[in-house]
Design a protein around this ligand. Structure first.
Ligand SMILES: *Cc1c(COP(=O)(O)O)cnc(C)c1O
Length: 650
């Protein structure tokens, strides 16, 4: 027998577009269900029965069953209007098929309904949650003994927590300095050039520009220098989280004379729209979120970032956090995080400016599996290309992924490229001490006699959410057991999706859509393809946008039985100038119109590992090209309706 290959295993990982693995799936569902029933039957059998055989013969009982059966049938019928994510014809949003392991793990645990707020109501799945967080942290290169992470409902919440923690760490030195003054104790903190300085004598600007590690060291030092209760009370008296923004600013004026401009958050133009919600919700304010332009590959422009950091330093504007994206929602672009890390180090050295560095890897995080050999060794770009047999990735891609280990926090959504059911997002922080800045300790939830280890398993005290599904943790856990976070598992799945995306990108070249043509964004870093369809008769931006809207309308759930599913987005100036200006001449569009209206761009998210096709498989790349051509022909024939639609992408 020849050795089993990941490509063979892949056929067993999913139910399959035609439910080819239905028998396997059924067997595992039944096994999980029967095992649960067995558990109930054997739990204190001496209690006897509550619902008796005779009860099941009564009219009221029958009525209730009839109702349940019919209503369920109604639901099942209604669900047929749902979107067929399992199909190779679906290349729409960031959602695809789920792994069988993830579905069975979810189903099995759901029957027990554990609540991962605390281990008292989830003794098993809380452990699993902490385990999967450790696995994800190891995949991105965090030191396991220092890092911490947990699951939550998704990327929005994970990003929220990251910024919540970031802000907590940023303003902590102010509370430390004022608390140390109140307590009358000296408190040493490491300055940017490595010297210990007394925190009490620092300016506000210096306090807001300590390195996160130095801040957390000082935090612990203060706890050692005075009785615990006194320290907590002194910090509470001066913390943003207890005082709130309104009074906080007044206090800064009183203590330092000048509150400085309000802190900002820097995000690339490609940032997911959750960031705007988050700065609004945290009271930072949407105006204090600064957008950094992107380059021709939709990656954050490091020079533009540096300019922005310089401007902040000159104006003494504190930078709460810089967000970089690993797998942008619209384009799957992977920022050169290594260059962002270099900018961070340089800013500390040359500008005396520090910040929390966050990588939003909600979409692209699992791609780190591509760079891991089974025992965890990091693979080179050359090794990866050899293993997957196509021209990807570039060495810079691997360097950018390796840099995830340097970020202060990283968010990764198992419910995207982890192929698990909703809800499953993950927050990972490099230094577990930072979580204390957002923790609460409601006594009624603390397990009796809680020592440090039980504290660990009371996840709800460290995070934003309370009750949350243990089933989600079981789901992620089981799929990680079956499909490892390395080149044989998720790395293999993701490399295949990238190959499929590249094939589609290539298939749009030349006159594939004749008489139309496709103007493509550069070949993607990951598995999302963006393009614009043009026609010789379309000579102004309104018509061009309308043509692409018209194509999208025919290839979206809004259409009647669409042959394929894609999505579209509208990108705007100036944030996307780097990506769009090189295309304008070819599109025959003038710059003023682009600046006014933006550009509708078609998008296919290729999460389907079978999209690449192969012998005895449907060729969905060719199918999608044909469907695009047909949709474009129809859209042009029925007349182009101007539109200003803006739909958010998920
Ligand atoms: C999807 C996504 C989010 C938001 O995640 P949800 O799970 O939908 O809340 C955030 N950032 C990026 C880059 C994403 O792709």
């Amino acid at each position: 027998m020849t050795a089993a290959t990941p490509d063979e295993a892949l056929r067993a990982w999913f139910l399959g577009p035609r439910a080819e693995n239905a028998e396997l799936f059924e067997r595992l569902i039944l096994e999980s269900l029967r095992d649960h029933i067995f558990w109930r039957r054997n739990h204190h059998p001496e209690d006897g029965f509550t619902i008796h055989e005779a009860d099941r013969r009564r009219a009221g009982y029958d009525d209730a069953i009839a109702r349940l059966t019919e209503e369920l049938q109604g639901l099942l019928a209604a669900l047929k209007r749902d979107v067929p994510f399992f199909s190779g014809r679906y290349q729409g949003h960031m959602v695809g098929e789920q792994t069988i392991a993830a579905q069975i793990g979810y189903f099995a645990a759901m029957l027990y309904n554990p609540n991962n707020v605390t281990e008292e109501v989830s003794p098993v799945t809380t452990r699993l949650e902490l385990e999967v967080a450790t696995q994800l942290a190891a995949m991105i290169g965090y030191a396991p003994e220092r890092a911490w992470g947990h699951l939550c409902s998704g990327g929005t919440i994970a990003n929220f927590e990251a910024l919540w923690i970031a802000r907590g760490v940023r303003y902590l030195p102010v509370a430390l300095a004022l608390a140390a003054r109140d307590l009358g104790v000296p408190l040493a903190v490491r300055s940017l050039d490595g010297r210990p300085i007394d925190i009490r004598s620092q300016s506000l600007w210096a306090l807001l520009n300590l390195e996160p590690d130095a801040t957390l060291d000082a935090y612990h030092l203060l706890h050692e220098s005075a009785p615990g209760g006194d320290v907590v009370a002194a910090l509470d008296a001066h913390s943003l989280s207890t005082i709130g923004y309104q009074d906080y600013t007044r206090r800064l004026v009183a203590a330092f004379g000048d509150p400085l401009p309000a802190g900002v958050v820097l995000v690339p133009a490609t940032a997911h729209y959750s960031w705007e919600k988050i700065v609004r919700a945290l009271g930072i304010g949407a105006q204090r979120m600064i957008t950094v332009p992107v380059d021709g590959s939709c990656r954050i422009d490091p020079d533009a970032l540096w300019q922005e950091l310089t401007r902040c330093a000159t104006q003494h504007t504190p930078v709460l956090a810089v967000v970089s994206v690993c797998g942008t929602t619209e384009e799957g672009a992977i920022d050169r995080l290594d260059l962002v890390v270099a900018a961070r180090d340089r800013a500390a050295r040359e500008l005396g400016l520090t910040f929390h560095l966050h990588s939003d890897a909600c979409y692209g995080g699992y791609a780190a599996a591509v760079t891991r050999a089974p025992a965890g060794r990091r693979l080179s770009a050359e090794e990866i290309r050899g293993a997957h047999g196509f021209d990807w990735p570039a060495p810079e891609w691997v360097t950018a992924i390796e840099a995830l280990a340097q970020a202060d926090s990283v968010t990764i959504d198992p419910h995207k490229l982890g192929y698990v059911p909703y809800p499953a997002g993950a927050l990972l922080i490099r230094d577990r001490r930072a979580r204390a800045l957002v923790s609460l300790d409601p006594p009624y939830l603390t397990p009796p006699g809680a020592g440090p280890s039980q504290d660990e398993r009371f996840i709800g005290r460290w995070i934003l959410e309370g009750s949350k599904p243990g089933a989600a943790a079981a789901s992620v856990w089981l799929t990680h057991r079956v499909i490892p976070l390395d080149e044989r598992g998720y790395g293999h799945i993701i490399a295949r999706t990238v190959r499929g995306a590249h094939r589609f990108h290539a298939a749009l070249e030349g006159n594939a859509l004749a008489p139309f043509s496709a103007l493509r964004f550069p070949r993607p870093d990951l598995n999302i393809v963006n393009w614009i369809v043009t026609h010789p008769s379309v000579t102004d931006l309104d018509s061009l946008n309308a043509l692409n809207e018209g194509i999208y309308a025919r290839l979206s759930p809004a259409a009647d039985d669409p042959a394929y599913f894609i999505t579209r987005t509208r990108i705007r100036s100036p944030a996307y100038d780097g990506a769009v200006l090189p295309l304008l001449a070819k599109l025959g569009v003038n710059e003023a119109m682009w600046r006014r209206d933006g550009l509708v761009v078609l998008r296919a998210v290729v999460m389907d590992p079978f999209f690449d096709g192969g012998p005895r498989m449907p060729d969905h790349v060719a199918g999608l090209v044909t469907a695009l051509q047909a949709a474009a022909t129809e859209a042009l024939a029925t007349g182009l309706q101007p539109s200003r639609a803006t739909t958010r992408l998920v």
